[in-house]
Design a protein around this ligand. Structure first.
Ligand code: URA
Length: 238
């Protein structure tokens, strides 16, 4: 049985600061099991007692969770798929928290995907003003020459407008049939890497996102995940 002071519980649940919670209690706005509790220092057991403030039940805030998943091909980055295909959530442990992916990867793209239950974090990551950096490695058909890669780097016109300048690097010695290209983007348009490479005549055969900002997959095996460290979170928006 966990007993704790009412004002502390209210603060833990994000209702107000501890001091403001004391004021709420003194003002008779807080009830425990239907009874107004206006004296300070009251101990409560949130597991068995119903605590309300202004008539609304007070519940603990969900724990915030931040995960880096190495998404495999064949998994959809939605929380539910009407066609019954496996979602990335099936790769994660069952949790009370309602998790969702931050942005999307195509069904046949693998690699770094952030998953969280923190809506404010996701909003900030995806907001165009953050310019989150995404690193992709694409295997393409043929061998783009330096001029074609330069066009990509400067920005090319797609059907939804010109792409912003980006960094492009050939990773393999050009071979006749396939080559590997690294692209670092600060945009996140639908199928952007595939459309960019198709536009220069080198369609993507397979695509992998190797890093999201400074978060790299490193040794994370395809299909596995890890929780971000406090240090990674702290540095994420720097
Ligand atoms: N660009 C693509 O074309 N596909 C992805 O999944 C991500 C970026």
């Amino acid at each position: 049985m966990t007993l704790l002071r009412l004002h502390k519980y209210l603060a833990q649940c994000g209702v107000a600061s501890r001091r403001k919670a004391e004021t709420l209690i003194a003002a008779g706005r807080v009830q425990v099991d239907g009874q107004v509790v206006s004296e300070q220092g009251c101990m409560v057991n949130p597991e068995s007692q119903r605590i309300t403030c202004d008539g609304r039940v007070v519940r603990p805030m969900a724990k915030l969770v931040y995960i880096l998943l190495n998404k495999p091909k064949g998994y959809v980055t939605t929380t539910h798929d009407p066609q019954g295909r496996p979602t990335i959530l099936t790769l994660l442990p069952p949790m009370r928290e309602r998790l969702f992916p931050v942005g999307r990867l195509d069904l046949d793209t693998e690699g770094a995907l952030l998953v969280t239950n923190d809506g404010a974090f996701a909003h900030r990551v995806l907001h165009p003003s953050f310019h989150s950096e995404k690193t992709y490695e694409a295997v393409v058909r043929g061998a783009p020459d330096a001029a074609a890669l330069q066009r990509l780097a400067c920005g090319i016109v797609l059907d939804d407008g010109p792409t912003a300048p980006c960094s492009v690097k050939m990773l393999t010695a050009p071979s006749a049939t396939h080559s590997r290209v690294r692209i670092v983007l600060h945009e996140g348009r639908k199928r952007q890497v595939k459309r960019m490479l198709a536009a220069i005549g080198h369609p993507v055969v397979s695509l992998r996102r190797t890093a999201y900002g400074r978060l790299r997959l490193d040794g994370l095996v395809v299909g596995k995940y890890r929780f971000l460290t406090a240090d990674e979170l702290e540095k994420f928006f720097l």
